[in-house]
Design a protein around this ligand. Structure first.
Ligand SMILES: Nc1ncnc2c1ncn2[C@@H]1O[C@H](COP(=O)(O)OP(=O)(O)O)[C@@H](O)[C@H]1O
Ligand SMILES: [Mg+2]
Length: 216
């Protein structure tokens, strides 16, 4: 399966999703290639940290390629059953070309007005790509959702995203949790963290739920 995590918005949580989904699939015994197509190589740096300092965890192969990457992805898909692609947070050649060959695109969206507005550009690129790649499944999910249950931000953001029929909105929300930041800098996925607090354990539950719900 060719999985793309994409959005034209920077800081939305693409690299966080890529590294965590890759980790879940690796623990399921699936062979996975992490394809980093962002010149600000957050997920490659994560993999380097993992290779050097987390020797006990399953290895995740990582490559970096830029520009029009569709034919490279197709060649690599003959060797790797699962490829997960990280792209830059803007309208890029990498994002557009990966959309032409991906089976699934996942779009993380934070519940801020700027991020919600940016979803418009992302969905436009997905709609254009569908003319050539009609099989692509496009899912949106809420990232960095506030854990404060009093506010209405989650409800309002979900209602806003539902207005984009091009994106299937996953019922799984990913919440704003420190463990996502810690895991990213330590070369781990949240499922590999010790899990002392409720928040850490809930991060594991929600990332597993996201992988299952998106059929990855
Ligand atoms: N659910 C989350 N909870 C807490 N911090 C998060 C979460 N998702 C992302 N972050 C943090 O936000 C920053 C941007 O996330 P990142 O995945 O690098 O975004 P992108 O790849 O879309 O630019 C990083 O420091 C990351 O650790
Ligand atoms: Mg990134």
């Amino acid at each position: 399966m060719i999985i793309l995590v994409g959005s034209t918005k920077g800081g939305a949580g693409k690299s966080t999703a890529v590294t965590n989904i890759a980790t879940v699939l690796a623990h399921q015994g699936k062979e996975i290639l992490l394809f980093d197509a962002d010149r600000q190589p957050t997920s490659s740096e994560w993999e380097t940290e993992r290779r050097l300092n987390q020797p006990g965890q399953p290895k995740i192969t990582c490559i970096q390629r830029y520009g029009d990457i569709d034919s490279t992805i197709m060649e690599l898909s003959e060797k790797y059953a699962n490829i997960i692609i990280d792209v830059a947070g803007r309208d890029s050649d990498e994002f557009r070309s990966a959309l032409l060959v991906a089976d699934v695109v996942l779009v993380p969206i934070r519940p801020s007005q700027a991020d919600l507005n940016a979803a418009h550009n992302t969905t436009r690129l997905i709609t254009q790509a569908r003319r050539i790649n009609p099989k692509i499944n496009a899912y949106g999910f809420l990232n960095q959702a506030p854990t404060n249950i009093k506010g209405k931000e989650i409800e309002l953001a979900r209602a806003f995203i539902l207005d984009y029929p091009e994106l299937k909105l996953l019922s799984t929300n990913i919440y704003d949790r420190k463990v996502y930041r810690d895991a990213l800098s330590e070369g781990l996925g949240v499922i590999e963290m010790i899990g002392k607090s409720d928040s850490e354990n809930n991060a594991k539950i929600e990332i597993l739920a996201l992988v299952e719900e998106a059929g990855l």
